[in-house]
Design a protein around this ligand. Sequence first.
Ligand code: BTN
Length: 326
Amino acid sequence: MKDKMLSLLEEADGFVSGELLSRELGISRTAVWKRIRKLQDEGYVFESAPRLGYRLLRGPQRLSPERLLPRLAGMSFAADVRFLETTPSTQTEAYKEMIAGAGEGLLIIAEAQTSGRGRLGRSWFSPPGAGVYMSFLLQPDIPPARAPQLTLLLSVALCRAIRQETGLAAEIKWPNDILIRGRKVSGILVETILEADRVKMMIAGIGMNVNTMRGEFPPELSDSVTSLMEERGAPVVREELIAAFFTHFTQLYELYRREGFAPIKTLWEALTVTLGRHVRIDTPQGLAEGVAEAVTDEGALLVRDGSGRLCPVYSGDLTLAPFQAD
Ligand code: BTN
């Protein structure tokens, strides 16, 4: 029965009405809807329109270990790659593995997440077949104050990988969102585990909207996010994107170990859309507003406020002017 429904949808050149599906399959309209939901869970993507019915946009596309692993061969940050079909969050999974004894080299990649986590307690939209959701462990042997440097380093690696694989003008919004034409395509969540006065482990989580279609995003996100496929006009091979990220990350990490944060900061400054702009930052201490002038070695953003004072901002949600209505 499922095959017949799929063939009807696949063969149609456009929308297929719920009525036609119900007639052809001899099931109720509710049962048709339930089957559509089930197919969605399996990674099929449909556009649905009130009077037109359903249009199949994309079948399940799966990340392939066979395509990815040869591309990661020899990379120390991806020495032990674990693929998961669906997980609540690769961050949580990586944390559990760390508690069980895993160290640097562990990389967890999921096809989908059911409770993907973003910065500042937000969620990360993680449907199957379209994105990259991965977390890996880092053991940098640095004091906690230097942890934000690695977050900025990660964003440079991600931005470079996206530019290389898509040719798109990806930019970094402080601290580490990747934007294309002002819309977010990728985010980084770094969780740091401390032991005495050192960093014991960092869990670096990366989410990318790769082949997501505009209509797939939840309505509340649709104005602020985009995907690489939407921006480029053609799908992007996720395995190549992941490999490009680790290539850039490895190079930058070696540079950081050799020469410290200064060259990383210069690279970050060259890719950021934030410096020189009027910004408003919602911080745990309140609202900061002014012109973003620089980043410090601690990864703080220096904002010159209306009275000319330079204030360091360590974390928060940044909006670039012109601001949305409050
Ligand atoms: C943000 O911009 O708010 C950060 C988003 C980070 C999302 C990634 S997806 C893989 C990893 N697992 C999670 O639950 N979150 C991160």
